[in-house]
Every structure is written in structure tokens, then in C-alpha cells.
Design a protein around this ligand. Structure first.
Ligand code: PHE
Length: 340
């Protein structure tokens, strides 16, 4: 029996050295000292011993039990230390490592251009309003006095969603919305996306941006229109820029004009870019609001008159930022956008 007890002790002490975690330690405790453990089992056989042997073996067994318990406690402490050490190593913070770089975004050149345009007009007393990109045929064409046979109404020119709903081909339907919902005096600009069935090239895209302007009040004349456009162009491109109004036709304005401005490159002297004319062509369309359109929106054309204009924002952004290809504005290549 003595041998058996000694063997158990040796076995326990040997195994305990190889342990790596708390679970294994607990298993070992149960295996040797638990109710059904090895030592307990041996002690159960003590009844067979003689009266002399019993206290000797009992004492010995108790000592072994204490030894094993002591070793288990020591091992528990050792494991605790080791686990903590590993954890500390793993979670160590190296304050010498460079920090993570935050990529700070910034505004797209088109958005910057829109904000600049809106600011100029706000300073001139205009309000900024918004209109939907999905419009009714009524607002986009009918109310704007565009005849049934107007080419821009064609299926090959315009993205129709249903027969009556389309992607707006210009920002002019915002005029209709504003005039129907408000009473003069009106002074608004509205920027946003517009859509036409254009093939993509360096200056064309089926999705592009326009800014619409509308003024309606008593006694508004062509002189107010010219002064407003001229002031705007000078604010945007500089005092030395000139404007030129050429007669044109739009169904919703009468009379109508297209506006050219001094060549951005030579400022009017004449260079290769402007074919020696000194003018940049067709920067915007404008005119006096057709009385029929006023009437369509419930505004008395005998009392009120107004002017409207529409300009291409993408072209202005390209001139402002020296971008020679409209595609660059929509591809969203970070290498391009980071330059602005
Ligand atoms: N909507 C016209 C276009 O897209 C521009 C325009 C707006 C002309 C307002 C006159 C008045 O070409």
C-alpha cells in the first residue's frame, strides 16, 4: 500500500510539470484527489489494514495529499503568471508605431463650382431652390411651351420612364414649379443634374449639370437680364470679361438669346483656342419669359414680366479648373480628384 501511495505521488508530481493551462490542472486534481480519484480509491482500502498499519498509512496518505495540493496551488500560481505575461505581451501597445492616417475627403470640383455659382447669385439677392431629376413631361415640355413636334421631345433625345415621366432634359421645369407654387416677386437659381441621349465625347455626357435662373416681377426688362448676366460673368471670371448676346430661339422665352463671353484663354484678343474670334461660344441660353409660360403658371402677363437663363455647369467647371475632358468629372478617379 505504501508503494501504491508513493507511486500515485510520483505520477501526480510528474504529470503536473507538463501542464499548460487551468483546465488541465483541474482535470489532474479530480484525477488524483477527487471523490473517485486515485488517492481516494486507495484510501478506501484502508479498512483491510491492521490496527498498527492504519495510522501510519493514514498519515502518509494525508502528507501525500497535502504535497499534491501544494504542488497544484504552486502550479496554479505559475500558470496564472504565465497567462498574464502572455496577455500583456499580446496586448502591448507600441507607442512608437506611426498612427493610422485618416483620409480627409474634400468637395468635388463640380460641387465647388455649383457652390461658387450659387454664392454669386445669393449675393445678388437670389434664393437657391431644388427640383427633382425625374420630371413630368408636362413640366419639362408642355408648360414650357415646347411644341409637340419639338426635336428634344423625341424618344431618341430624351430618357422616358413612362409616356408622361422622364429624366429632365434641362433645369427649366424648376421655373414652372417655382411659378406655380409661389407668387411674384421671384428671384431663384436652381442647380442640378440633367439628362440627354448624347454620345460621350470630350465635352458631352448623357448626364450633365445646369444652373437655372428665374426672375419675375413688375417691370422686368431685357436690360435687367443683360445686367444680371454681365455682373455674374464678371464675378465668376473677372472684371475684364465681356458678354455678347446673340439672338436665338427657345419656346419658353421671347425674345431669346445665347450668350458668348470673352475667350478664357486670350480674354478677347483672339487666339488659336477661339479661332481668332476672341469669344467663347454658347456659355448660356436666356431670354424674357414667354407670356404664355407665365399664363400657364397662373401669373398675369399684363402685370408681370420676367427673364430666365440656363447655363452648363460642367463646362464652367472645366474652364475654371483647366479640365479638358468631361469624363474626368464623372469617373471619380481619386488620382484626378485629389488635385482639386
Ligand atoms: N433650358 C435651356 C437649355 O437647356 C436653356 C435656357 C434656360 C434658355 C432658360 C432660356 C432660358 O438649352
Amino acid at each position: 500500500m505504501k508503494d501504491e501511495i508513493n507511486k500515485i505521488k510520483e505520477e501526480a508530481m510528474g504529470e503536473i510539470k507538463t501542464l499548460n493551462n487551468m483546465e488541465e490542472l483541474e482535470e489532474l486534481r479530480i484525477k488524483f484527489l477527487g471523490k473517485k480519484g486515485k488517492l481516494t480509491k486507495v484510501l478506501r482500502g484502508m479498512g483491510k489494514l491492521s490496527n498498527d498499519e492504519r495510522p501510519v498509512i493514514g498519515q502518509m496518505a494525508n502528507e501525500v495529499r497535502r504535497d499534491i495540493e501544494k504542488e497544484i496551488n504552486n502550479t496554479r500560481k505559475r500558470l496564472k503568471r504565465e497567462i498574464q505575461k502572455k496577455k500583456l505581451e499580446k496586448e502591448r501597445i507600441d507607442i512608437s508605431i506611426p498612427g493610422k492616417n485618416f483620409i480627409l475627403g474634400h468637395r468635388h470640383p463640380l460641387v465647388k463650382t455649383i457652390e461658387e455659382l450659387e454664392n454669386i447669385f445669393m449675393n445678388m439677392g437670389f434664393s437657391v431652390v431644388y427640383g427633382p431629376e425625374v420630371e413630368t413631361v408636362e413640366n419639362n415640355f408642355d408648360e414650357l411651351n415646347s411644341p409637340e413636334n419639338h426635336p428634344s421631345r423625341d424618344l431618341t433625345d430624351t430618357f422616358y420612364i413612362t409616356e408622361d415621366i422622364l429624366l429632365r432634359t434641362h433645369t427649366s421645369p424648376v421655373q414652372i414649379r417655382v411659378m406655380k407654387e409661389n407668387k411674384p416677386p421671384l428671384r431663384i437659381v436652381s442647380a442640378g443634374r440633367t439628362f440627354r441621349f448624347d454620345d460621350v465625347d470630350d465635352t458631352h455626357s448623357p448626364m450633365f449639370h445646369q444652373l437655372e435662373g428665374l426672375v419675375v416681377d413688375e417691370n422686368i426688362t431685357m436690360a435687367n437680364l443683360k445686367e444680371t448676366i454681365d455682373t455674374f460673368i464678371k464675378e465668376l471670371f473677372g472684371e475684364d470679361m465681356k458678354t455678347r448676346f446673340r439672338p436665338h430661339y427657345f419656346p419658353f422665352t421671347e425674345p431669346s438669346a445665347e450668350v458668348d463671353v470673352s475667350c478664357f484663354n486670350c480674354k478677347g484678343k483672339g487666339c488659336e483656342e477661339c479661332n481668332g474670334t476672341g469669344w467663347s461660344m454658347e456659355l448660356l441660353g436666356c431670354g424674357m419669359v414667354n407670356p404664355k409660360v407665365l399664363k400657364n403658371c397662373g401669373i398675369d402677363p399684363d402685370k408681370y414680366s420676367g427673364f430666365a437663363f440656363g447655363l452648363g455647369i460642367d463646362r464652367i467647371a472645366m474652364v475654371k479648373y483647366g479640365i479638358d475632358n468631361i469624363r474626368l468629372l464623372f469617373e471619380n478617379d481619386m488620382r484626378f480628384l485629389e488635385q482639386f
